[in-house]
Design a protein around this ligand. Structure first.
Ligand SMILES: O=C(O)CCC(=O)C(=O)O
Ligand SMILES: [Fe+2]
Length: 230
């Protein structure tokens, strides 16, 4: 909701894990939403992810650059229509770099860049777009199928959610619950890169009316660290 008495403040939730409220302005949010709608179209579009235990994830997903499925990456939608994954757009790479610099400072950004150059891998090359509607949520997990330790960049659109940011050891407490609203940025890198996190709740009807989205979209950008990325 807008119109708070005090603006929401930038918050370091854990070392290397930072929440930047209202990082994308309304025009940039609309633009990103427009792109998400394109990316969600078939082939290689939005799909329901099946887990090895026979369950399904309630957040539906589409990937760019590399296709993630439990628990690996592929170049094609190996667990879906088999189509090649859509390319990772340059604009998202630029957004990722800017997000890291704003959240963690130019040093962290330069260090990440130097590491990537050493490994001869490119910068951000994976996007996972999660769509939460109805009762969708996401259990506590780590982003652990990438080879790179570069920070994960997370952008939220639409309904507000409760984002639970935990610790690197267990799925359980201690954790911090943060409200992520439309336009918010969350970055986790360094000692927090492999921390457990999840989305226990989305708050229906909280999206900014002008955006025109029912539900919540989250875009996470990652660096694969795979030698043949690109
Ligand atoms: O929706 C979110 O905010 C988190 C998404 C996430 O953790 C993931 O895609 O791995
Ligand atoms: Fe995650």
């Amino acid at each position: 909701m807008d119109g708070e008495l005090f603006p929401r403040e930038r918050l370091q939730v854990a070392p290397g894990a930072v929440h930047l409220p209202d990082w994308l302005d309304p025009a940039d949010q609309r633009e990103l939403l427009r792109s998400c709608r394109q990316w969600a179209l078939p082939p290689a579009g939005l799909r329901t992810v099946r887990t090895p235990g026979g369950g399904t994830m309630t957040a539906r997903q589409v990937c760019l650059g590399w296709h993630w499925y439990p628990y690996a990456y592929a170049r094609t939608v190996a667990d879906g229509d088999g189509a090649p994954v859509k390319p990772f757009p340059k604009s998202l790479g630029e957004l990722g770099r800017r997000a890291v610099a704003d959240a963690l400072g130019p040093e962290a950004q330069a260090e990440a860049q130097a590491q990537m150059e050493m490994q001869e891998t490119q910068a951000y090359d994976i996007a996972l777009i999660n769509f939460y509607d109805g009762d969708a949520r996401m259990g506590m997990h780590r982003d652990a199928d990438e080879r790179s330790d570069a920070p994960v960049v997370s952008l939220s659109l639409g309904d507000t959610c409760v984002f639970r940011f935990g610790n690197t050891e267990t799925r359980t407490r201690p954790w911090t619950d943060v409200e992520l609203r439309s336009g918010d940025l969350f970055v986790f890198g360094g000692p927090s890169r492999r921390a457990y996190h999840g989305v226990p709740r989305v708050l229906p009807g909280t999206a900014p009316a002008a955006l025109g989205l029912t539900g919540r979209l989250n875009v996470t950008l990652r660096v694969s660290g795979f030698p043949d990325a690109g």
